[in-house]
Design a protein around this ligand. Structure first.
Ligand code: FEO
Length: 165
């Protein structure tokens, strides 16, 4: 069945959205490195890589459907944040935006009866539930640490441990 061109264009846009998220998380990793919180930096760096995996999932799907991958530029991310909590709030808001983007994609695929695309997007629907939960949980922990550098450093050590990745 011929690949719907509107769906192909929307999937290409989602590749860009995922790569944009990766770039923002890499910038957050750099912010945490500069803040002497290497555990947070490691955590965000790993998450930046995860977003590239998300983009490549869609890339591979487009290729498999004999569609054309079209890459666009990504915007320059913020370099600094007022606090670790501010960075986490930005990250959570971005994940909520990505969830809305996936929902919109799913609706489009549904409207034009792109069943294969809907099936592929099921993975992303589940993933976004996990992503929002992950970032919300970390934000809650950072907020609980408050202004205490000691608590933040304790959390930083936990994030540096492989089991918490
Ligand atoms: Fe690809 Fe964090 O959503």
């Amino acid at each position: 069945m011929k690949f719907d061109q509107n769906v192909a264009a929307a999937l290409n846009q989602q590749i860009n959205n995922e790569l944009q998220a990766s770039y923002v998380y890499l910038a957050m990793a750099a912010y945490f490195d500069a803040s002497k919180l290497p555990g947070f930096a490691k955590w965000f760096r790993a998450h930046a890589e995860e977003e590239i995996d998300h983009a490549m999932r869609i890339y591979d799907f487009i290729v498999k459907r004999d569609g054309a991958v079209s890459l666009n530029g990504v915007a320059q991310p913020e370099k600094t944040y007022a606090s670790p909590a501010a960075a986490l709030k930005t990250a959570l808001a971005m994940e909520e935006d990505v969830t809305a983007q996936i929902h919109k994609l799913f609706e489009l695929a549904h409207d034009v009866k792109e069943y294969g695309t809907q099936n592929m997007l099921h993975w992303f629907l589940e993933e976004q539930i996990d992503e929002e939960d992950l970032f919300r949980h970390l934000l809650e922990q950072v907020e609980a640490a408050g202004d205490s550098r000691w608590h933040l450093l304790t959390l930083d050590r936990e994030l540096a441990a492989p089991a918490k990745q």
